[in-house]
Design a protein around this ligand. Sequence first.
Ligand code: PRP
Length: 222
Amino acid sequence: MLRLALPKSRNQESALEALGAAGVDVSTFSNRRLRQCLSIEPLSVSAPGDAGPEIREVEIVSLKDWDLPLYVEYGIADCGFVGTDVLEERGADLLTPLRLRAGRCRMSLISNTVLPPSDGAQIRVCSKYPEWTRRLLAQKPWGAEVFQLWGSVELGPLLELAELAVDIVQTGSTIKEHDLHELEVLAEIAPTLVINRAAFQRQRVALNELMARIERAGLVGA
Ligand code: PRP
């Protein structure tokens, strides 16, 4: 049996698509269940094609993105899908063997003006990702005083709590609706497969086959 952590966020759709491609029967997946078992096209646990034991079911645990790396790092779940944004902010000792093509978005510098900050200025920046934001802005010719907000980060520059926000942009509709400007794309974000190191040693054959199925379906990007 494999236990797999699925994010509840925007990454859920691309993660489910990848699981479907990996042979998991996602047609019975329920968004309301915290844990559930789904059948999977048999995965060998020894050499592929061997007549040895097989995995025929996976247990899915649905988790908030911020909690997910911890569950995988501690081996509660063997693997899971989470955005690189969460990994950048939290840091986690995990294997990250593949990034999905679908569900990509970007971490951008957002302002209520089109003008970039002047060199030497001291700028207030709000973000849900303060640690990553500090790293992303470290080389700027202006200083950033970064502080954390937990929601609706766009309101920071909109109501002038901060001059700038660093936040996720996917379709761009949120910033457009609020007449904000995407001054710069700072990083790309991708839903990523994360694997517990010990689980990979234990289940190397099955996990490699799971990944191969996702790759064969053309769902993996650079
Ligand atoms: C993110 C981000 C923006 C929105 C951008 O929030 O904070 O508000 O998505 O997406 P768009 O460019 O497609 O409009 P998210 O939906 O992840 O929810 P959250 O505020 O709960 O983190």
